[in-house]
Design a binder for this molecule. Structure first.
Ligand SMILES: Cc1ncc(COP(=O)(O)O)c(C=O)c1O
Length: 394
């Protein structure tokens, strides 16, 4: 079974495809026809790899977290995506897509963002490569991730508020898709996760796959074998998880764990745990698991972390879930918050709230003493300081 590559129509098993309005066909078709050739070209790879190394700061460390390992009595390694330029894994994909857009002759970039990390990464790539940048962001997220809004503006991007629905990530994607339909010739839509119509889930997974490529090389160097016993990552749309799992999904001995946002609890009506609550449906151009009512209305999600506050999940992950290739955990807001404080005190690393959901799996599952457990620390917590401060004061 091939888990990581979709078929030629963009399907992972029964999930994926490209469900788009007619106005978007030319853009999406242009991408489908060209993306593999462009990103495999020598010229693209030379520029991309050089930027990843010298601008982003890759390879990111694979850090053996001794104190955390002692606490949980197992061998925990943290993949430090938080140490990337701009503070999260999102830059791996944003730089790749902006370079791709330039080669397609586009002059205008649009993006959606939840936590603001993808918006900042895209605004950064646009500043560097000289392209206009417009970022759509839910009104609620603009308030709860204010430092990232300031960064995007300083980088020269226009930040446009999405004011419909729950005023969060889903609504920002809707606005970005609307913009793309109105500006099909000049504009490329840099989607920030492994969601959207084919080829976006595959395109984004390929740009993020550097995470697991490096983990393999680093484990070989550190422990003399490429494969850990477990890889763990949080899933919003699923891009850091896709990157963390990518080179391990065909390796049967590696167990894969995904952490979704339980919000106030899966049964509370305020949750974003898609695999627990979702059913087959179409959201933002692909068929996947979606939180929806019986008549197909999207249910507004909730999570303390803006980056996981999404009612869907990428088709790659829906397939891993359906085939039971990955185990999914639902992590509630308070459980993630606790783990953010634990990591900070134990290791001196302040994680993003999203990444703290992956850390919280350590409280849910018992690992053996000799298990090698790799957790993707997808981003740093600077953007979440207001939430953390509220917790400290309460
Ligand atoms: C630090 C961090 N981790 C994780 C995510 C979730 O996105 P994804 O599931 O695409 O990795 C986000 C989204 O903004 C983020 O900022």
């Amino acid at each position: 079974m091939n888990y990581k590559n979709p078929d030629e129509n963009g399907y992972y098993g029964e999930f994926g495809g490209a469900f788009i309005p007619e106005m978007l066909y030319p853009n999406v078709e242009e991408l489908q026809k060209n993306y593999l050739d462009i990103i495999a070209s020598e010229d693209f790879q030379a520029e991309y790899q050089d930027l990843l190394k010298n601008y982003v700061g890759r390879a990111t460390p694979l850090y053996f977290a001794k104190n955390l390992s002692n606490k949980y009595n197992t061998q925990i390694y943290l993949k430090r995506e938080d140490l990337n330029h701009t503070g999260a894994h999102k830059i791996n994909n944003a730089l790749g897509q902006v370079l791709l857009a330039k080669r397609l002759g586009k002059t205008r970039i649009i993006a959606e963002t939840g936590a603001g990390q993808h918006g900042v990464a895209t605004a950064t790539a646009c500043a560097l490569l000289g392209l206009e940048c417009i970022v759509y962001m839910g009104e609620i997220d603009i308030q709860r991730q204010a430092p990232n809004v300031a960064r995007m503006k300083m980088l020269g991007a226009e930040v446009v508020a999405a004011t419909s629905g729950s005023k969060t990530l889903k609504d920002a994607v809707n606005e970005a898709l609307r913009d793309w339909i109105n500006n099909p010739v000049t504009t490329h839509y840099v989607i920030g996760s492994v969601v959207g119509p084919h080829p976006f889930p595959d395109l984004v997974a390929r740009f993020q796959s550097i995470i697991s490529k490096e983990i393999k090389e680093q484990l070989q160097e550190k422990i003399g074998r490429e494969n850990p016993d477990y890889v763990i990552a949080c899933v919003g749309g699923g891009s850091n998880a896709a990157g963390t799992f990518y080179h391990f999904v065909e390796e049967k001995e590696v167990k894969i764990i995904a952490a979704e946002a339980g919000g106030l609890g899966v049964d509370s009506g305020k949750s974003a745990a898609t695999t627990f609550l979702g059913t087959l449906g179409v959201l933002h151009g692909s068929k996947s698991l979606v939180m929806q009512t019986e008549d197909g209305q999207v249910i507004e999600p909730h999570s303390i972390s803006a980056g996981l506050d999404y009612p869907g999940i990428g088709p790659f992950h829906a397939h891993l879930f359906k085939e039971k290739r990955a185990e999914f955990f639902s992590i509630n807001d308070d459980e993630a918050l606790k783990c953010a404080f634990d990591l900070t005190k134990l290791e001196g690393i302040i994680p993003a709230l999203e990444s703290s959901h992956a850390l919280a799996v350590l409280d849910k599952k018992k690992f053996n003493e000799n298990d090698v457990v790799v957790i993707c620390l997808s981003g740093r917590g600077d953007k979440d300081m207001e939430t953390y401060l509220k917790e400290i004061r309460s």
